[in-house]
Design a protein around this ligand. Structure first.
Ligand SMILES: [Zn+2]
Length: 125
C-alpha cells in the first residue's frame, strides 16, 4: 500500500490537493481533498504573501452551482468551499458518503464494489 499526494492548479483559479491511498491491487481511495480557490480573497492574500503573483487575466466569476457532477446545490443556499458545496466537500474530506446521485456517490459505490471483490478474492487465497 502506498499514499500519493497530488496538487494541481486549474486555469479557473482552483488549486486542488489530494491524498490518495492505493492498495496492492491498485484500488485508489481519496482520503483527503482540499479545493483552494484563488478567487477567494483570503486565499489570494495568503498566496500573495508567499510571493504568488496573480495572473493578468480577469478571473471568471465564482460558479453558482456546486462543481460536483450531479449535485444541484446552489452557492446562495448554503456553505461553499471554493466551488464545492459543504456536503460534497465533507464527503471528499471525511471519506463518508450517504445516499445520493452525485459523482462522489458513484465513486464511493464503485469503491465499495471493488473492495467487496477484493475481499472475495482474498477469501479464496
Ligand atoms: Zn455539492
Amino acid at each position: 500500500m502506498r499514499y500519493e499526494v497530488n496538487t494541481s492548479a486549474g486555469a479557473d483559479g482552483r488549486i486542488i490537493s489530494t491524498i490518495d491511498q492505493v492498495d496492492d491491487l491498485n484500488v485508489r481511495v481519496t482520503l483527503f481533498c482540499h479545493v483552494g480557490d484563488t478567487r477567494d480573497a483570503q486565499i489570494r492574500a495568503a498566496l500573495e504573501k508567499l510571493g504568488w503573483k496573480p495572473p493578468n487575466a480577469q478571473s471568471p466569476p465564482a460558479r453558482s452551482k456546486c462543481l460536483v457532477a450531479g449535485c444541484a446545490n446552489q452557492r446562495d443556499k448554503g456553505v461553499f468551499v471554493g466551488d464545492v458545496c459543504g456536503s460534497c466537500y465533507s464527503m471528499l474530506v471525511m471519506g463518508q458518503c450517504g445516499r445520493g446521485e452525485t459523482f462522489i456517490h458513484t465513486l464511493y459505490a464503485e469503491r465499495d464494489m471493488a473492495q467487496a471483490k477484493i475481499k472475495r478474492i482474498r477469501s479464496l487465497l
